[in-house]
Ligand binder design. Structure first.
Ligand SMILES: [Zn+2]
Length: 175
């Protein structure tokens, strides 16, 4: 999945056409959703990762008005590269095509916690679709920020604050 070009595109299409039943075996499951860790970001190696994903997705589902049933049998992949494979996009930091993929790093640093990734954004696509980002909730997220802020993050050398930048989650409507 790390190669650019055709192999990544073929993998993305394969995931689309078979609803995510192919691909790497999940490292663990959270409420029926398979989680695949393809990253060495410190937070992905911590024992609290499953609980952090569960509580983050739980809060995101409440924000978007969805339930865990939507993610049952789907996968959530944490990607170490800055960009994730996504049909029709070369610079995606997150993708929902039946399964969710999110990057675990920004341009210059790895995120300190799963809450900092675009996971809550991609859960939004899983719940409401809306690829054009016309729903006003894509520009809000304030209730979700309140719920998820103040947690522990992880750097190479230990614990740091998990710092949420709502701008990472937001997406202005396409003009
Ligand atoms: Zn989006």
């Amino acid at each position: 999945m790390r190669d650019l070009g055709r192999p990544a595109v073929l993998l993305a299409l394969a995931a689309l056409s078979c609803g995510g039943s192919k691909g790497p075996t999940p490292d663990f499951f959270v409420r029926g959703a398979g989680v695949i860790v393809q990253s060495t970001a410190p937070f992905t190696q911590r024992p609290d990762l499953p609980a952090r994903i569960e509580s983050t997705v739980d809060a995101a589902l409440a924000y978007w008005g969805g339930s865990w049933r939507i993610l049952e049998g789907r996968t959530i992949t944490l990607e170490g590269d800055q960009h994730v494979a996504c049909a029709g996009a070369t610079d995606a930091i997150g993708c929902y095509d039946g399964d969710i993929r999110v990057s675990t790093r920004d341009v210059s640093f790895a995120f300190y916690c799963v809450e900092e990734t675009v996971l809550v954004h991609e859960v939004g696509h899983a719940v409401i679709g809306d690829p054009e980002h016309t729903d006003p909730r894509w520009m809000d997220f304030s209730s979700l920020t309140q719920e998820l802020e103040g947690r522990t993050g992880y750097a190479e050398d230990g614990e740091v604050p998990c710092q949420i930048w709502t701008s990472v989650w937001r997406h202005p409507p396409l003009r």
